[in-house]
Design a protein around this ligand. Structure first.
Ligand code: ITT
Length: 198
């Protein structure tokens, strides 16, 4: 009897991009964007050190080189942060530490009675392979911090970030494909995908 192949309908049949991340939300966002370019995304659970540095690009480059060293494959990593204007760009590259300590409530407390709610998310993707030095791709989304948390989707600071080009909802009130219309990560991923698939 002839064997049937088990490839799900709509599965992208092009190249595979290996994403080293511990964050399943980031992976789902990346898979959704890269499929627009017929790229399949594989999540790799490889160790990749995350240094502290004032520049996301430095953190991402260091991390991707460590990941390549540990798995010997061409891979990409992504480092992102929330930069709040009234806090001189804090938490920025320290977003993960701040999220894991004082959390979203901590940022809302710091922002109490502050009228300037301008903020942006920045994403830096770094790709490298055993014979290729890191190449970076950057994405940014401008927005405002809400006064309270809204929504339950997404992760991190999504419940307090309202993108300027949106309809007033926070990222946590948007499904993945809606967040990908505006997000810093989706913008960096699209630039990466153009380069990677060419
Ligand atoms: P990796 O394993 O890929 O490094 P991570 O969760 O550690 O995943 P980052 O270091 O890049 O990711 O992210 C820093 C923090 O910034 C993260 O913990 C979130 O709190 C926040 N953050 C980054 N991107 C975000 C987004 O799209 N929405 C909300 N918060 C975000």
């Amino acid at each position: 009897m002839k064997q049937k192949t088990c490839i799900p309908q709509g599965f992208p049949m092009g190249k595979v991009a290996y994403f080293v991340t511990s964050n399943v939300h980031k992976f789902l966002e990346a898979r959704n964007v890269l499929s627009e370019y017929k790229l399949a995304t594989a999540k790799l659970g490889v160790d990749a050190v995350e240094i502290q540095d004032p520049r996301l690009e430095t953190i991402a480059k260091y991390s991707v080189l460590d990941a390549v060293k540990n798995c010997g494959l061409p891979v990409f990593v992504e480092d992102a942060g929330l930069f709040v204007e009234a806090l001189e760009g804090f938490p920025g590259p320290y977003s993960k530490y701040v999220y894991n300590t004082v959390g979203v409530e901590g940022i809302l407390k710091l922002m109490k009675n502050i009228a300037n709610r301008n903020a942006y998310f920045m994403s830096v993707i770094a790709f490298a392979s055993p014979d290729k030095q890191p190449v970076c791709f950057v994405g940014k989304v401008e927005g405002k911090l809400s006064l309270q948390m809204h929504g339950t989707l997404g992760f991190g600071y999504d419940p307090i970030f309202v993108p300027s080009e949106g309809d007033g909802r926070t990222f946590a009130e948007m499904a993945t494909d809606e967040k990908n219309v505006y997000s810093h990560r989706a913008k960096a991923l699209r630039t990466f995908a153009e380069w990677y698939s060419s």
